[in-house]
Design a protein around this ligand. Structure first.
Ligand SMILES: [Zn+2]
Length: 434
């Protein structure tokens, strides 16, 4: 694949030209690549041509990595150090050796800041709440396509309010998610690209993500993942390190329950909204995120509960609850364990397909081993902040995490029958419950 970059009207424009060996429509990919021009609007903060070539190159890799066949020619010559490091973790294809010995790699000087790829959702807000106060949140603002139900009003208002209380919030508009169909991030951490492009200008020494325990360690998925030994951490931490940025996962030892608790207790909790469809302060109350959030908030002792039935009548919620396993099944099970099901008979068929016997108290705690995934200079401060909100996981709970395996339950007769019953339950939900 050939890539090129242009600078026009304060924007960085990236283009890709496919070659025969590229994998645009590979059957092992759940999405395909679109041949469109990707823009990043730097909004006058810096001139696009002042962005270090290694940062342009890393952004290029994060954009097209899954689609490259045998070779990727980077859009600009890069430093030798960058090339060597990046190639050391990219085994599937070759980076064309377009280096220039006059380009030195990025070396941060003192007075640097932590950055956070900020979405405005509960997890990245929890990350912000436990990070140092000088953290710079960087929000990726996607243009809204015709007919899309995505609504950026809430996150943009949150960014504005965070600016008002003193955060140096950065909002960068980009269409990068349109590089694939269906629309979305082409690589896991592609939401970092705006922050990467600004990293030298903002003097970022690290970049944090709101990745939580469920995604990092596989909790609620089929089996425990030893994140530190996995390919994800090695791949991304090496790539980020090649441009002088430490990868940081401050809430990877916190579950979705934990980020909800931090959101409740923290003064920054107000600055978050998980629903990406409703306006600010007006979540749509029809989507899967709204359902999960309401269910969880109610089980944690909040008010509500009267919306469950209406939400369960939507296609999206039924489809998600019919997945096997349900995405974030642990969160649904945790919430249902704490709700009096006789008050909500229509929740019972969901509980019937879950393993309701498992002790999920670990979801209210913090996994201390996860401190390894934040830069050493921030470890003490972040640890202190987290334990203001959450107790430390005890050895029994840690054992539940490390031996997590849903497969015996998913293979069980009970789960299978529960799943079958749930499918037919949707048909008579309206008849039975009005
Ligand atoms: Zn919603």
């Amino acid at each position: 694949m050939k890539s090129s970059v242009e600078f026009r009207d304060g924007k960085i424009l990236m283009k890709f030209e496919n070659e025969n060996a590229d994998r645009l429509l590979q059957s092992d990919l759940p999405f395909k690549m679109n041949e469109i021009e990707i823009f990043f609007d730097l909004d006058g903060k810096i001139k696009p041509h002042e962005v270090h070539p290694d940062l342009l190159a890393l952004s290029t890799i994060l954009l097209c990595n899954p689609f490259v066949g045998e070779e990727l020619s980077l859009p600009v010559p890069v430093s030798e150090e960058f090339h060597k490091k990046a190639q050391s973790v990219i085994s599937r294809y070759k980076l064309t050796p377009n280096t220039n010995s006059e380009i030195s790699n990025i070396n941060k000087t003192g007075g640097s800041f932590p950055g956070l790829a900020f979405s405005g959702g509960a997890d990245s807000s929890a990350a912000l709440a436990i990070m140092p106060s000088e953290t710079i949140p960087i929000f990726l603002n996607r243009p809204i396509a015709k007919g899309s139900s995505y609504n950026s009003e809430a996150p943009l208002e949150i960014c504005k309010e965070l600016s008002d209380v003193g955060y140096d919030v950065q909002v960068i508009s980009t269409n990068l998610e349109y590089i694939r169909t269906p629309v979305g991030f082409p690589t896991d951490l592609a939401n970092a690209i705006p922050a990467i492009l600004l990293s030298e200008y903002l003097n970022l020494d690290s970049l944090a993500f709101g990745t939580i325990m469920e995604s990092g360690f596989g909790l609620g998925h089929s089996k425990f993942i030893d994140y530190g030994r996995g390919a994800h951490w090695r791949f991304y931490s090496t790539l980020f390190d090649s441009v002088g940025i430490e990868l940081s996962m401050p809430v990877i030892g916190v579950s979705e329950i934990g980020t909800a608790i931090i959101g409740e207790k923290s003064p920054l909790g107000h600055y978050s909204q998980s629903c990406i469809r409703g306006g600010w302060g007006k979540p749509c109350m029809r989507c899967w995120k709204c359902f999960r959030k309401e269910l969880l908030a109610f089980s944690l002792g909040g008010v509500g509960g009267q919306n469950f039935l209406d939400m369960m009548k939507t296609n999206e919620v039924q489809k998600k609850l019919s997945e096997f396993p349900i995405s974030h099944e642990n969160v649904v099970a945790y919430a249902l364990q704490r709700i009096e099901l006789s008050d909500f008979p229509y929740l019972k068929p969901i509980a019937d397909k879950l393993d309701m016997s498992i002790d999920l108290s670990l979801l209210e705690t913090w996994y201390p081993g996860s401190i390894d995934f934040v830069p050493s200079k921030n470890r003490h401060g972040i640890r202190e902040k987290i334990i203001e909100y959450l107790p430390i996981m005890n050895p029994t709970q840690e054992n539940v995490l490390k031996t997590w395996d849903m497969r015996p339950h998913l293979d069980s007769e009970k789960a299978r029958r529960g799943q079958e019953k749930l499918t037919s339950f949707w048909q008579d939900l309206s008849i039975r419950f009005g």
